[in-house]
Design a protein around this ligand. Structure first.
Ligand SMILES: CC(C)[C@H](C(=O)O)[C@@H](O)C(=O)O
Ligand code: SF4
Length: 480
């Protein structure tokens, strides 16, 4: 029998129609919805007199627009319209909604896994590019456009061109202070933002196997920033113990049966990928992006590249534009850069593991007076858990703002933005021009690097600034 990769197994299980020279029609097991990309799709159904075919396989939340100081006071008109439209649409079409104030509310890519909706072996789509996050569970998960959202609502299927497979194997061990975020920034920095185009990436190797689910999600989340269609990690015991007991996950004997099946999804020994790259964990340092795409990345002890170091005319032009936008001089060291804002949040890094990592550094310290720093938990459940552990007290005592969950400053579609020309250390996934506000200068980092920037008012090499008390790290690895 042909040896198959994880991707091939998932794909083959979901093909409904296959015709030579055409995309395949895939069955979709879970459709996640948020307020920004769903209104037109619902409108389309309404005008054609159609229903949502499987409301039971559809789940909605509010995240992009919601204010994080007081979620029920929405000032912006567009935000208000989108939020109210989602409420009306979910009622009309019979879809479950984690509304403002609901204990299940949060960023769509944080709540799916947390509620046990995201499970190994599923096909998962959402009108959102960071749907790749869910691939950390061994689910085939990718973002779709608004017209595709309507297609999935109406038919529970989707036409898809079959992507190629890319294996990124990360062996060895990560150094102290190096996190999952640094791994993915390093990959994109080394191979570029178009590297994954046309591929689904499977992350393998000992580094990946040793990561918690929260960390694996950080890596799969940013697969799209490497240009890939999706990211995948084979499900294992770490995956199963994360899922066990979650709200919508199978229970009791059903769970055991499901887990036995999930185990079979791992790539077969000797299965062939279209392309493979190998990375050693030990090469990776804490990373900081310096430019205006996630590939413009440096180790924290690096300095802004000089124009002559770029190989092509185009990359040199891009760099020159980035120096201007980011207010940087070639040769300047990363640790000389002062930040005015620190944002710890987004679907990349707003889960409990991330907050614990940041808290371990912040404990007993104070945010620099020149910095405005905020923590935005990825979901109401993460917020409750952090409060139960006293992390909010620790953060607020240090001078951080403690917010309600939402996308927040990741994309400034709400009240949270970085002012023109100011610099922000951000744990999010995109550093494009204007992403965090008009003229805002974003540097992508890990939660602990962001925490250190908040305390020092500039980027510091956390390897030289020890932060972990006792076995705190060990404890974070095992908890859900
Ligand atoms: C608003 C939404 C369509 C968008 C996406 O698709 O990713 C957003 O979540 C983002 O991160 O830019
Ligand atoms: S947190 Fe940021 S990246 Fe994630 S879904 Fe929201 S806006 Fe998109």
């Amino acid at each position: 029998m042909k040896r198959k990769t994880l991707f091939e197994k998932l794909w083959d299980r979901h093909v409904v129609v296959k015709e030579e020279g055409k995309p395949d029609l895939l069955y979709i097991d879970l459709h996640l919805i948020h307020e920004v990309t769903s209104p037109q799709a619902f409108e389309g159904l309404r005008t054609k007199g159609r229903k949502v075919r499987r409301p039971d396989l559809t789940f909605a939340t509010m995240d992009h627009n919601i204010p994080t100081v007081n979620p029920s006071v929405i000032k912006d008109e567009t935000a208000k319209n989108q939020i109210h439209a989602l409420e009306r649409n979910c009622t009309e079409f019979g879809i479950r909604l984690a509304d403002i104030g609901s204990e299940d509310q949060g960023i769509v890519h944080v709540i799916g896994p947390e509620l046990g909706l995201t499970l190994p072996g599923k096909t998962i789509v959402c009108g959102d590019s960071h749907t790749s996050t869910h691939g950390a569970f061994g689910a085939l998960a990718f973002g779709i456009g608004t017209s595709e959202v309507e297609h999935v609502m109406a038919s529970q299927t989707l036409w898809q061109q079959k992507p190629k497979t890319l294996n990124i194997r990360i062996d060895g061990e990560l150094g102290d202070g190096v996190t999952a975020k640094d791994v993915i920034l390093y990959i994109i920095g080394k191979h570029g933002i178009r590297f994954g185009t046309g591929y689904v990436i499977e992350y393998t190797g000992s580094v990946i196997r040793n990561l918690s689910m929260d960390e694996r999600m950080t890596i799969c989340n940013m697969s799209i920033e490497a240009g890939a269609r999706a990211g995948l990690i084979a499900p294992d015991e770490t995956t199963f113990s994360y899922i066990k007991g979650r709200k919508f996950a199978p229970k009791g004997a059903e769970f055991e049966k499901a887990a036995a099946e999930w185990k079979q999804f791992a790539s077969d020994e000797g299965a062939v990928y279209d392309h493979t790259v190998e990375i050693k964990g030990g090469e990776i340092a804490p990373m900081v992006t310096w430019g205006t795409n996630p590939g413009m990345t440096l180790p924290v002890d690096g300095s802004i590249p000089v124009p002559e170091s770029f190989q092509t005319k185009e990359s040199r032009r891009e760099a020159e534009r980035a120096y201007l936008y980011m207010g940087l001089e070639p040769g300047q060291t990363i640790d000389s850069l002062e930040v005015q804002h620190v944002f710890i949040g987004s679907c990349t890094n707003s889960r409990i593991h991330d907050l614990r990592e940041a808290a371990a550094y912040v404990s007993g310290k104070k945010v620099a007076p020149s910095v405005r720093a905020m923590i935005v938990p990825g979901s109401d459940a993460v917020k409750r858990k952090a409060e139960e552990e006293g992390l909010h007290d620790l953060f607020t005592a240090a001078g951080f703002e403690w917010r309600h969950s939402g996308c927040s400053m990741c994309l400034s579609m709400n009240d949270d933005a970085v002012p023109d020309g100011e610099r922000c250390a951000s744990t999010s996934n995109r550093n494009f021009e204007g992403r965090q506000g008009k003229g805002a200068r974003t540097h992508l980092v890990s939660p602990v690097m962001a925490a250190a920037a908040a305390i020092h008012g500039r980027f510091v090499d956390i390897r030289k600034s020890p932060y972990r008390e006792g076995d705190r790290h060990a404890e974070t690895i095992s908890a859900p």
